[in-house]
Ligand binder design. Structure first.
Ligand SMILES: Nc1ncnc2c1ncn2[C@@H]1O[C@H](COP(=O)(O)OP(=O)(O)OP(=O)(O)O)[C@@H](O)[C@H]1O
Length: 559
């Protein structure tokens, strides 16, 4: 059956066939996966071509306004479509929208409400023209109106057209709402995408692991990014654990030297006698034990960056040799006579007040000026409002990953962490979170876990500050020097933890050992972790304090 043939067939059976065909085709359009324009315009075309419902149009409510406009039409010119604006309640279309009722205008010339706004009368056939309109409803919400002209003289009863229009309006409502859902989903995805991008950008802005949003940190970061592309020497000043080395690496990575080496040395950690050779290298036979020629770290950093941590601890004679490097861009190996050219950018760091060291004659003023070309102050954690929370979450994630746990912060933990003073700064926070992850029961770090760990941290601080004020129990001779103390593989063995003298035990430490045991149900290994000790250190302390024999067997929580 061709379309024209269908149009001309107007017996009841033919009409039914055509109606079914239109519905079938309209449903196909709906599920075809094309755009809503394609589907709705296709339905309007079917209405016109197959059943004589001409100049079909879909007027939809304008978002946020009490008006509506023709959005889809078939057989209307562009100016006709553009004229199709109605206030809700105005004209036939506006009234259908307002009341939700069907409109059957048998003769548009006799109906005063009919506006003849979009299509002028003179462009319509001279016969009697009718106008039918039905509401487009979805989930009880009126979205708009579907309307069409027809010649009144046709045999098809109006009631059948209305029924068909109602069915088609339902399909159109489906198309529109599906489209709306898709549009909303797309917008949501676009939002998510934007958020992810932003997070990614921030991550690149966090630049190589430098986390933090506080103005103080952002300021330091901006300064570092500003100086990184230059060759300038940078002096990073900040308390221990504030991220000086992190910053130094970031400056290196964001500089043109990024493909060269990044070498780091802690001037305070290496015995003075060895430091010179570590820095400058030595020639074979330069001193006893110098059996081969060795390059120093400055040479190894050639074409890259050298990070000199704790520069304030550098002995005066090495200070002058370093000055020579800065001035001449050359080094002399120990036992050597020749200057070896090097191309190194130096980033120095100090937690001491270098200016004071200069005033006290412990630091060369000329070296100070050389190093202090671009000073950056790294703020302590207590001055980085909001960052503790941020960093804590980050360290929780990394500790979970490292220890294959799935621990979360319990209620109030972040607040407790935020209220702490963090003398050991980020490194201390990192260690505390690691320990908390290890001691957490039932996958949740509780405020009690944190309090216990922090109490112990505070004890260490007191001990360090008060020194001999506390009654201490000396270790058995010989005293174990910190350097040969048992390794603490889980924790960074530097300040706040490392400065603890492992050989000495404070008499009042017993209570925190017992508290830790109580918290961990008597498990000594876990209790040791709570306190940042190795199990050996923990046992040693219990023993020294005479507590070991008094404990119930391990696994008994009644400590
Ligand atoms: N902004 C930061 N975001 C995430 N982690 C950080 C940040 N700053 C520092 N850290 C981490 O904190 C720890 C201490 O940082 P870093 O060693 O750079 O400090 P430092 O100031 O050089 O310490 P020290 O003076 O004791 O040598 C490291 O584990 C580092 O990875």
């Amino acid at each position: 059956m061709t379309l024209t043939a269908i149009k001309n067939l107007e017996t009841d059976t033919d009409i039914e066939d055509v109606e079914l065909l239109i519905i079938y085709e309209a449903s196909r359009l709906m599920t075809h996966g094309g755009s809503p324009d394609e589907a709705i315009n296709g339905i309007l075309r079917l209405m016109s071509q197959m059943i004589g419902l001409n100049r079909g149009r879909v007027a939809l409510k304008d978002p946020g306004a009490e008006t509506m406009s023709i959005r889809y039409a078939y057989g209307l010119t562009t100016p006709e479509r553009e004229r199709g604006h109605y206030v809700i309640g105005e004209g036939v279309t506006g009234r259908v929208m307002q009341t939700g009722q069907v409109a059957v205008i048998q003769n548009i010339d006799d109906e005063p409400v009919y506006l003849t706004r979009a299509v002028e009368r003179r462009t319509l056939p001279q016969e009697t023209v009718a106008f039918l309109a039905v509401p487009i409803v979805h989930n009880d919400a009126r979205l708009g109106v579907l309307g069409a002209h027809r010649l009144r003289g046709r045999k098809r009863p109006f009631s059948r057209d209305i029924t068909l229009l109602r069915v088609l309006a339902t399909l159109i409502a489906q198309i529109l709402s599906l489209n709306r859902v898709i549009a909303e989903k797309t917008a949501l995805l676009a939002d998510e995408n934007r958020a992810l991008k932003q997070a990614l950008d921030q991550q690149t802005e966090v630049t190589h692991g430098i986390l933090g949003e506080s103005p103080a940190l952002r300021h330091a970061l901006r300064q570092a990014l500003h100086v990184s592309p230059t060759q300038a020497t940078v002096l990073l000043a900040g308390e221990s654990g504030t991220g000086k080395e992190r910053f130094a690496r970031m400056v290196h990575i964001t500089s043109q030297r990024r493909d060269g080496p990044f070498m780091a040395i802690n001037c305070a950690a290496i015995p003075e006698a060895l430091l010179e050779s570590e820095l400058f290298g030595h020639e074979k036979g330069a001193f006893t034990g110098a059996v081969v020629r060795k390059q120093g770290i400055i040479e190894l950093a050639n074409h890259g960056t050298l990070f000199l941590d704790e520069i304030g601890d550098l002995a005066l004679d090495l200070q002058s040799k370093l000055l020579h490097v800065l001035e001449k861009q050359a080094i002399k190996r120990v036992g050597g006579t020749q200057d070896i050219p090097v191309n190194v950018r130096i980033i120095a760091a100090t937690h001491k007040n270098l200016q004071k060291a200069v005033n006290e004659g412990r630091f060369r003023i000329d070296l100070f000026y050389r190093l202090n070309v671009f000073p950056i102050h790294l703020p302590p954690l207590r001055e980085r409002a909001g960052d503790v929370r941020h960093l804590a979450r980050h360290f929780l994630q990394t500790a979970n990953h490292e220890f294959d746990r799935n621990t979360v912060f319990g209620m109030g933990v972040l607040e407790r962490l935020e209220s702490y003073n963090w003398p050991g700064n980020i490194r201390q926070l990192e260690n505390v979170i690691k320990r908390a992850v290890l001691v957490a029961q039932n996958r949740e770090i509780t405020v009690d876990d944190v309090i216990l760990i922090l109490q112990h941290e505070a004890h260490i601080g007191e001990h360090l500050e008060a020194g001999t004020q506390q009654k201490i129990i000396p270790p058995p001779a010989p005293v174990m020097p910190a350097a040969s103390a048992p390794a603490m593989p889980l924790f960074d063995p530097r300040p706040n933890v490392a400065q603890r003298s492992y050989g000495w035990v404070r008499a009042d430490e017993g209570q925190s050992l017992l508290d830790a045991l109580r918290l961990t149900g008597g498990n000594k290994t876990r209790a040791a972790m709570t306190l940042g000790m190795t199990p050996r250190q923990f046992r040693y302390r219990l023993e020294r304090l005479g507590l070991l024999d008094k404990l119930p067997p391990s696994g008994t929580p009644a400590v």
